[in-house]
Design a protein around this ligand. Structure first.
Ligand code: PEP
Ligand code: MN
Length: 272
């Protein structure tokens, strides 16, 4: 674990706080990132974005390039999705995050998005990590679903090593023998990474559980374990979502969770 030259607490003992236009990630702040798994259309995105802003969300999410298991599943709207996300930012004033799946798309994604997401399947795409290190935007690095904590932190090290210290780690569950849930959210990793690294840690209970009914309880557990925020999938009509409907909350369910998180944040001495 001595190879964490830049991501380690030895290099920087105090927590890294990423300051963006109108929001901060890390420190006292609890940051909530929410939105659909995929951008499906302009009307959908703008209406949901407005609702989420009203509920206190800090950052909007929405995939434009979707890394789907099957080539026959909805692949995302591509650049049109990016344009819609940027329109949602104009409309709400909230920063937007979206996934970049290939180094060739980096410039285009950076043109539209405020934060770059590197997905679980690309955690060890070293070309992409290096590009992200040079892109000049904050990067949210999801843990590979079969990656150890050490491999995850070393992947982050690639980004910092290119000169970009604005990295957010995201625990999104790992693959275990369990099949009832889509993944097994690794709460241990949240506490472990907070101990090892100064980087902010966000938890994604949507992909971590794969089940809407478990998203609330696991979100609360993540915050209690010391996460600096959450990434949550929300959809107006989850049963008709083009991806990840089973794990998406309705806006009404999300509003209840936000209220619960507010009381929890108060009890933990954090701001939401
Ligand atoms: C996502 O955030 O929609 C996503 C594809 O996540 P992950 O890379 O964690 O599977
Ligand atoms: Mn998803």
């Amino acid at each position: 674990m001595s190879s964490f030259q830049l991501v380690g607490r030895k290099h920087r003992p105090e927590d890294t706080v990423i300051a963006m236009d109108g929001c901060r990630i890390g420190g006292q702040q609890l940051t909530v990132i929410a939105g659909p798994c995929a951008v499906e259309g302009e009307e959908q995105m703008l209406a949901l974005a407005r609702e989420l802003k009203g509920m206190g969300v800090h950052i909007l999410r929405g995939g434009a390039y979707k890394p789907r298991t099957s080539p026959y599943s909805f692949q995302g709207l591509g650049e049109e999705g990016l344009r819609i996300l940027a329109a949602a930012r104009e409309y709400t004033g909230l920063p937007v995050i979206t996934e970049v799946t290939d180094a060739r798309y980096m410039e285009k994604v950076c043109h539209y998005a405020d934060i770059i997401q590197i997905g679980s399947r690309n955690m060890q795409n070293f070309t992409l990590l290096r590009e992200a290190g040079r892109c000049g935007r904050p990067v949210l690095l999801k843990r590979g679903f079969a990656a150890t904590i050490e491999e995850w932190l070393l992947a982050a090290e690639y980004i910092l090593n290119e000169g970009n210290e604005q990295v957010i780690l995201c625990e999104r569950g790992i693959r275990t023998f369990e099949t009832f849930t889509r993944n097994t959210l690794d709460i241990n990793a949240v506490a472990a990474v907070k101990e090892l690294s100064h980087l902010p840690v966000i938890v994604d209970p949507s992909h971590g559980t794969g089940r809407r009914s478990l998203v609330g309880p696991v979100s609360r557990a993540a915050v209690a374990a010391g996460a600096d925020g959450l990434m949550l999938e929300v959809h107006q009509d989850p049963d008709r979502a083009l991806s990840d409907g089973k794990q998406s909350l309705t806006p009404a369910q999300f509003a209840v969770l936000m209220d619960e998180l507010r009381s929890l944040a108060g009890a933990l001495g954090r701001r939401l």
